[in-house]
Write a protein that binds this ligand. Structure first.
Ligand code: ASP
Ligand code: MG
Length: 387
């Protein structure tokens, strides 16, 4: 049939985290070479004949430079991380070619133009759209396999769209090319009525609206980046969440309309505090709420849920609990996008490395104010930094 497809790929598996950790090792002069060799080997496994020399030597040069300087900028980091996606599309294209499907590895840095905010750049829509349309007009023969996540600024320097940004790239392309549907292949079969890790009989949701999905995205359903929804909403493009490891599953379809009424899903956030102001004096007083929020914003405190009844007898706010080094001996979990990472140090003080945390990993603050990992397998890391 006439169906045209384009593919957006992110870096393979743990590649982005690995690159980040090799870069840190280089900067700390703790010996990055072994890890870099392992990285290169891993990239080559699916197809030993694909030529990665360009990406590998780019990385080599940067790591060497960084290990001499002992430091790097966010701009350098973007350049390093970008290689993960570049390797990935080259590999995919080579594997398709082997199957006699013509494929065209496409470097999105020539298409998606952003501002200068390295590490979390904002695309400039008009420029990017022009580039994308022109490119797809000229490249019609083969399937374009495009790097997610990476982009460039007007000077041609590499930028990135923020971690897990590949689905944002895909949403932008879908918008610019007027796609009928965006299919997001991930490691789960879609969006569930509750977190399957916490609720045993959670069920998959067949269909959901964008506004419902957006609310869930904010509640930590990590499949969906809140930013990714906007380009799709704008053009009414359906989004389907599908499972890479289960071809039969129809996944969850997200559209601009909601079909069935009622509660779709329950999600939870951990590590929050409820702050409640109560008293008769609040009724009809103008400006009290403003003062509360002003005080919080002066201290750079973010509020996530607000509630006030018509009686005006009280106002309730939900705040994020932050890592607090005074809480010695307390157990807590690191929340946010998982798996994520904490930068850590082995307990003997040697080997600084990243520790990837999974949902429900437990940490503890020790008497020195270090964050100690006391996860399921009992290995211990100390760190002072939580991402
Ligand atoms: N490879 C990038 C990252 O891990 C982008 C992505 O996975 O979507 O953040
Ligand atoms: Mg990734």
């Amino acid at each position: 049939n006439n169906e045209k497809i384009t593919v957006v790929a992110s870096a393979r598996g743990n590649s982005t985290n690995d690159l980040e950790s090799i870069l840190m090792k280089a900067a700390e002069k703790t010996g990055y070479k072994k890890k870099f060799e392992a990285f290169k080997e891993y990239q080559q496994i699916p197809n030993s004949s694909v030529d990665f020399s360009q990406e590998f030597s780019r990385l080599e040069t940067i790591f060497e430079g960084v290990s001499l300087l002992g430091d790097y900028s966010q701009k350098i980091k973007d350049e390093v991380l970008a290689q993960g996606e570049l390797l990935s599309v080259k590999l995919l294209a080579s594997l398709l070619e082997k199957e006699n499907i013509s494929a065209n590895a496409t470097d999105a840095r020539t298409l998606i133009i952003t501002d200068e905010n390295f590490g979390n750049a904002q695309p400039i829509s008009s420029l990017s759209k022009e580039n994308v349309i022109a490119y797809y007009k000229q490249n019609t023969e083969a399937i374009n396999i495009v790097t997610g996540f990476i982009s460039s600024n007007k000077k041609g320097e590499t930028t990135t769209l923020g971690r897990n940004g590949s689905n944002y790239t895909a949403a932008l392309l879908a918008n610019f090319l007027d796609a009928d549907e965006l299919q997001n292949y991930t490691h789960v079969s879609g969006i569930y009525t509750a977190n399957p890790d916490l609720v045993a009989d959670a069920k998959k949701i067949e269909e959901l609206s964008f506004s419902e999905a957006n609310e869930l995205a904010n509640f930590g359903a990590t499949i969906l980046h809140a930013k990714s929804i906007i380009p799709l909403l704008e053009k009414n493009i359906n989004l389907r969440i599908l499972n890479t490891f289960n071809k039969e599953d129809k996944g969850t379809l997200i559209t601009s309309e909601s079909t069935t009424k009622g509660i779709k899903s329950i999600s939870t956030i951990n590590n929050v505090a409820l702050l409640n102001f109560e008293g008769r004096g609040l009724l009809g007083k103008v400006g009290v709420d403003a003062r509360i929020f002003k005080a919080l914003s002066d201290k750079n405190i973010n509020v996530s849920i607000i509630s006030q009844g018509s009686s005006e007898r009280g106002i309730g706010l939900m705040l994020w609990v932050e890592y607090n080094i005074d809480q010695v001996g307390k157990n807590f979990r690191v929340e946010g996008d998982w798996p994520g990472e904490v930068m850590g140090k082995q307990k003997d003080g040697s080997d600084k490395d990243y520790h990837l945390y999974q949902p429900h990993d437990v940490f503890k603050v020790d008497e020195n104010g270090w964050l100690v990992y006391c996860g399921k397998d009992g290995d211990v890391l100390t760190t002072k930094y939580v991402k």
